[in-house]
Design a protein around this ligand. Structure first.
Ligand code: FES
Ligand code: FES
Length: 160
């Protein structure tokens, strides 16, 4: 836990669990998740808001956690890839990504999955274009896009 001059206490609900962290005002949500809370499933790639690897859900909306200050998340619900698996069972979107072979190196995958999870909550049976729009902010350097789109559409057909 980061402490020091200027540190501020921030209360969050991370993957359903209430946590309180001490963060410097300039600390990003991404660094807070990865370094303070050891939730390293959320990836840090560009760290400047261009790739989407750091996508998490805040109050249900996908955001770039590298561009979000932790102090602005006071009292909010934060969901990361670690929170999707319940009772040892993969989330339908995780399962769909595996079944569709929707990744290669996997570095973009947690962010892609969180974007698709957010989409499915609003659009339970998405079209290919719905999925493309949902992951438009998630770059995949491996070019797995066709399979990512298939995974998103197939995930809509799965029941939790
Ligand atoms: S690491 Fe946040 S957008 Fe690239
Ligand atoms: S699977 Fe490698 S960047 Fe997307």
């Amino acid at each position: 836990m980061l402490r020091g001059p200027g540190a501020t206490e921030v209360a969050l609900v991370v993957n359903g669990e209430a946590v309180t962290v001490q963060v410097a005002p300039r600390r990003t949500l991404l660094d807070t998740l990865r370094e303070t809370l050891a939730l390293t499933g959320t990836k840090k790639v560009c760290d400047e808001g261009t790739c989407g690897a750091c996508t998490v859900l805040v109050d249900g909306r996908p955001i770039y956690s590298c561009m979000t200050l932790a102090i602005t998340c006071e009292g909010k619900r934060v969901e990361t890839i670690e929170g999707l698996t319940k009772d040892g069972e993969l989330h339908p979107v995780q399962r769909a990504f595996i079944d569709a072979d929707a990744f290669q190196c996997g570095f973009c995958t947690p962010g892609q999955i969180m974007s698709v999870v957010a989409l499915l909550r609003e659009t339970p049976a998405p079209t290919e274009d719905d999925v493309r729009r949902a992951v438009a902010g998630n770059l995949c350097r491996c070019g797995a896009y066709p399979n990512i789109v298939s995974a998103g559409v197939n995930a809509g057909k799965r029941k939790r």
